[in-house]
Write a protein that binds this ligand. Structure first.
Ligand code: CDP
Ligand code: MG
Length: 666
């Protein structure tokens, strides 16, 4: 009998990357920067850090591996801790926003790209690290793109420092107690076009031989209107007709995933005794770690696993045993219309590159099949590659961070791909209007420095800091924590109990809008002494509320440090609402004749999102946190407000625009 570790070791030895260990380590040790390209599942993310550990790089400092996704950082570090044979949070750990499982001992650290940017703010030379691996570079998330430039310059500064130490002799080195070595950079990607990385980092590209079996691709004959239904029918057909092998279905997000899970479980109830069973495993950000790990565990014999995933399963994580892939061809994507100034979350078609990655997941262990729920003609209409996030997102958050990192000239920064100038200007204007930049020369203000320290979007940071003046820091902390749980909703609405769920929700609903409603939920949860039973009875997501408590504790540490102090406005909730206006004064919409709303800065026609407590009520004015586009533009997280507040609280903005003097029902 072999021990679990021996089994793991055997699995590791079979990974394609294993045979390349010597060459990889040699190249990495002889070069400052290296680009590694390898098929998804070849073992890059889990094995390379362990190779570097064996080569001694961990003795010189931490080996940090960035991940665009929180879920990937969590599940992969857990796996690696197991492989190394240490408890998670010891030698192997992870750090993501509001969740840190790392310690003094940690030498292999998985962290989100956003967290590494934050660390660079506090430690500009990233002194604790010997090596940084930028993983999933092909995803081109906004934070990874920022890290490209930032790390290139950290590497240069570290090299310069290392030179000083060696020329000025041991004395100086002793004085600084330890010698700061060079920073090694490794860029890892799952797609073949690594030329851009190679040029930008002046680095050699090493290809790791992958193992890919043929995958048959089938297309829909007709375009599908309802991809959930199409996915359901296809999955059941595979289950009934095809040989064993698990099914991976690519969906757009939690809502889709939960609906399909429910539909599948309904169908399962009607399975005849001679039919094999199914096990449905969802995987998306915001799922609890235990639930995420379920997708990785093998299911019993005579049972087929159906994994419902977002694009996280495209390249970030590999699940073994997949033989069938069902691709809806859709993805939830954030985009920013810099002309209109609207940031929106839309469900859009994937790129050809992403569709091919999805298909590839069916052929990792043997030949497989991929069902594309769109026509072949539509496939050829897809974009070749996904546009880097930096070219399609709101930049205010990263620009604030760049300024905090000491990069003042954000227009001429060494970007791998430049963002549109208009987006940069928009972001600078937003930061200026929030008071983060000094109006005289655009440098970071003292207030902006504080804003950058808070791990939330600039507008929320402004609200948190302003809560001191409005004497409502306790309320604001609760609301922002509730909005930061990374779950779509704290309200649970099972399809079979819609009426009861809605009834329960009424207990918390406030005519002031979603913010105060969330505050009511939070306060009642605290009163219930964090009771799970109370949550179930009230159709609330217990885990999201636990998370909110945890996030709040952490945010409070930040605000305490920044001198916000503790204050409460009691029943005078207008103070809370006014405080939110200081961060969201540009996000105001006015009601129109047909009960739609028009945003005042861009004159965009929007609707209050059905999930909002203000949905269906006619408010002359609403403030909203964000615009989401699905079939139309929806305003999410809405609050009622008084127009007079705008000129009072944001005079620099509203005396200029004077929109509110126009008749509202124009
Ligand atoms: O990074 P890359 O796509 O090259 O591969 P990886 O993430 O390092 O995965 C290597 C192997 O580890 C795959 O066969 C995964 O299925 C396995 N793995 C696992 O079984 N459980 C995890 N939690 C993570 C990875
Ligand atoms: Mg990987």
């Amino acid at each position: 009998m072999s021990t679990p570790r021996e089994v793991l070791m055997q699995q590791r030895r079979q990974l394609p990357i294993f045979s390349a260990q010597k060459q990889l380590v040699h190249e990495i040790l002889t070069n400052d920067s290296t680009v590694i390209v390898g098929e998804t599942g070849s073992g890059k993310t889990t094995q390379l850090p362990q190779f570097l550990r064996a080569a001694g790089l961990c003795r010189q400092g931490i080996v940090g591996i960035t991940q665009p996704r929180r879920v990937a950082a969590m599940t992969i570090s857990e796996r690696v801790a197991e492989e190394v044979g240490v408890p998670l949070g010891g030698e192997v750990g992870y750090t993501i926003r509001f969740d840190d499982k790392s310690s003094e001992k940690t030498r292999i650290k998985y962290l989100t790209d956003g967290m590494l940017l934050r660390e660079a703010m506090i430690d500009p030379l990233l002194e604790r690290y010997s090596t940084i691996i930028l993983d999933e570079a092909h995803e081109r998330t906004i934070n990874t793109d920022m890290l490209f430039g930032v790390l290139k310059s950290v590497q240069k500064n570290r090299a310069a420092q290392a030179d000083v130490t060696s020329t000025e002799g041991e004395e100086r080195a002793k004085k600084s107690r330890r010698r700061l070595g060079k920073l090694k950079l490794i860029i890892m990607s799952a797609t073949l076009d690594a030329d851009a990385f190679s040029r930008y980092f002046d680095a050699k590209v090493i290809y790791v031989e992958g193992r890919q079996f043929p995958v048959d691709v089938y297309y829909s004959a007709e375009p599908q209107q309802d991809w959930l239904d199409a996915a359901l029918v296809t999955a059941l057909q595979i289950h009934v007709e095809e040989p064993p092998g698990d099914i991976l279905i690519f969906l757009t997000g939690r809502e889709d995933i939960e609906s399909l899970e429910e539909l599948l479980l309904e169908k399962r109830k009607k399975f005849t005794p001679e039919m094999n069973d199914i096990e449905v495993c969802p995987i998306y950000a915001g799922l609890s770690p235990e639930e995420q790990l379920k997708a990785f565990a093998p299911c019993p014999p005579q049972c087929r696993k159906i994994i419902l995933a977002t694009n996280i399963a495209e390249t970030s994580i590999t699940i073994n045993g997949i033989k069938y892939v069902i691709d809806t061809g859709m993805v939830k994507s954030r985009s920013f219309d810099s002309r209109a100034g609207v940031d929106s979350l839309k469900v859009v078609p994937v790129s050809k590159a992403a569709a091919r990655q999805r298909t590839g997941r069916a052929g990792r262990e043997s030949s497989g099949t991929c069902y594309r729920l769109y026509t072949e003609e539509d496939f050829y209409k897809l974009e070749d590659n996904t546009v880097p996030e930096i070219q399609r997102c709101n930049l205010s958050s990263v620009i604030l961070q760049m300024k905090a990192l000491g990069i003042e000239d954000v227009l001429n920064f060494d970007y791998m791909d430049k963002p549109p100038k208009l987006s940069i200007q928009r972001a600078l204007e937003e930061l200026l209007s929030l008071g983060a930049l000094s109006p005289a020369d655009g440098t970071l203000s003292t207030f902006g420095k504080k804003m950058a320290e808070l791990p939330v979007l600039p507008s929320f940071a402004k609200v948190l800091l302003a809560s001191k003046d409005f004497k409502c820091s306790e309320e604001v902390l609760s609301i922002i924590s509730m909005l930061s749980t990374e779950t779509d909703s704290v309200f649970v609405t099972p399809k079979s109990k819609k009426k009861e769920a809605l009834e329960a929700r009424k207990r918390f609903m406030s005519s002031d809008g979603d913010h105060i409603t969330l505050l009511n939920v939070y306060n009642n949860f605290i009163q219930s002494k964090h009771s799970k039973r109370w949550c179930i009875e009230n159709f609330l997501n217990f885990r999201a509320l636990q998370k909110a408590v945890d996030v709040r504790r952490q945010l409070k540490e930040y605000t305490n440090k920044l001198g916000v102090g503790s204050s409460s406005c009691g029943r005078d909730l207008d103070e809370v609402k006014r405080c939110f206006i200081t961060g969201f004064f540009t996000n105001i919409a006015l009601i129109q004749h047909d009960n739609s709303y028009k945003t005042i800065t861009e004159n965009k026609i929007c609707y209050i999102h059905p999930s909002s407590v203000l949905h269906g009520s006619k408010q002359p004015y609403v403030m909203y946190n964000e615009v989401v586009f699905t079939t139309k533009f929806y305003l999410r997280d809405c609050m009622t407000m008084e127009p007079a507040w705008l000129e009072e609280l944001a005079p620099h903005f509203y005396t200029k625009i004077k929109v509110l003097n126009k008749p509202t029902m124009s």
